[in-house]
Design a protein around this ligand. Structure first.
Ligand SMILES: [Fe+2]
Length: 288
């Protein structure tokens, strides 16, 4: 390997890649080929290339136990949803998946149907919501004992881990479907929120004329024996950010009507003051 130049460097690097693992061989061959192609197309100056290295260095330095700036970078470049889409090509009858996001926590309590997952000040100031639905297989047969792990942001747009004023495990809960595959729970209406934008990813969004907002949503992770785990959201119909989600997670099939119910009697039956919102959302799971 001598006299390497812009015409022969790519081939020379590729010849050095001799991984025992064929998948690693494929990944390295492709990533080097595309990276060199990108450089040939853009022709960055040495100063620009150093800026790119400094940017990635800042992304790494921003990461800690609570913050994963590389996931945020992947999300905001649309790579996370691309990987998700390729990994979860869903058959007819299965609910579509979407991004996992960084705010899931292990250890949310398993609750009885009808429990309210909103506690503390959020439960009082939020608009009450009843969420109900069914979990089925692809043919619509109910799945009993399916586990729904649910988490969402507060009416202020913050998860419990971002907000010291919220009680531990606020707006989180797990529910098991009954014999008819049904679940229901109470909560408060989520609101749109910005992804953390005080780091290099936020700087990149601003530099490229983008906002950091995600449309309001409730996260769901569903599991049942013999079925693929489903990670998805339900989004609130009418939200201002449905068509410009900073992480590209919105799918039409996941947008749900939050229907206003102004009946004092109906509200009282749930222990709410009118008005309140009702949402019905059914999930279909794909067999393994
Ligand atoms: Fe979220």
């Amino acid at each position: 390997m001598r006299n390497l130049n812009e015409d022969n460097i790519t081939e020379s690097v590729l010849q050095q890649i001799k991984a025992d693992n064929p998948r690693l061989q494929q990944i390295m061959t492709s990533s080097i080929t595309h990276l060199h192609g990108f450089i040939r197309e853009v022709e960055p100056s040495e100063d620009e290339w150093f800026q790119a290295i400094q940017f990635l260095t800042r992304v790494g330095h921003k990461c800690d136990d609570q913050r994963q700036e590389f996931i945020l970078l992947s999300d905001t470049l649309g790579v996370s949803i691309l990987v998700d889409s390729i990994s979860h090509r869903m058959p007819e009858g299965a609910t579509e998946s979407t991004v996992f996001g960084p705010f899931h926590r292990e250890g949310a309590p398993v609750l009885e149907h009808g429990a309210n997952i909103a506690h503390g000040p959020e439960a009082e100031k939020g608009e009450p919501v009843v969420v109900r639905g069914r979990v089925t297989d692809l043919s619509g047969q109910p799945l009993a004992g399916a586990l729904l792990d649910i988490w969402q942001a507060s009416p202020d747009g913050k998860y419990d881990v971002q907000d010291p004023d919220q009680p531990e495990m606020n707006l989180r809960g797990k529910f098991l479907t009954n014999a008819n595959g049904e679940y229901w729970f109470k909560t408060v209406k989520p609101s749109a929120y910005p992804i953390p934008d005080d780091g290099p990813v936020g700087d990149l969004l601003r530099a490229t004329g983008r906002h950091p907002m995600r449309p309001a949503h409730i996260h769901f992770m569903l599991s049942a024996d013999g079925y693929e785990r489903l990670i998805t959201h339900i989004f609130v119909e009418g939200d201002d950010y449905l068509d410009s989600d900073a992480v590209f997670g919105v799918k039409n099939s996941l947008v749900a009507d939050f229907t206003l119910n102004e009946s004092p009697q109906a509200a009282a039956a749930y222990g709410f003051d009118a008005p309140f919102y009702e949402v019905e959302f059914n999930f279909g799971l794909k067999p393994i």
